[in-house]
Write a new protein. Structure first.
Length: 96
């Protein structure tokens, strides 16, 4: 075992967490599984593998900015549920 129940209790105490006995057993088991998996990963030969900052390649997904025709005022207000002149009317959000 990589971590004991006593160590889990100690860390829980430092973090001001209160766990029942069953939870302590569960966390001990889960943390041991995680640490054993990390040990398994540490055994892998990574000679010649370049360090990476991200697990996947990052590409810019933005489109190019292009000047285009704007939506006209009449078209903008065509489906407005409540328009007054050239404006959208909305319910008051600040109580007076």
């Amino acid at each position: 075992m990589k971590i004991t129940k006593v160590e889990v209790e100690h860390v829980a105490h430092l973090a001001r967490l209160d766990f029942g006995e069953e939870e302590k057993e569960t966390f001990t088991s889960q943390l041991n599984d995680i640490l054993m998996y990390i040990d398994m990963l540490n055994k892998i030969d990574t000679t010649g593998v370049e360090p990476m900052s991200h697990a996947i390649a990052l590409n810019n997904a933005f489109r190019d900015d292009r000047v285009g025709e704007s939506l006209g005022q009449k078209s903008s207000l065509a489906n407005a549920p409540d328009a007054k002149g050239p404006f959208f009317r909305v319910p008051r959000v600040i109580e007076a």
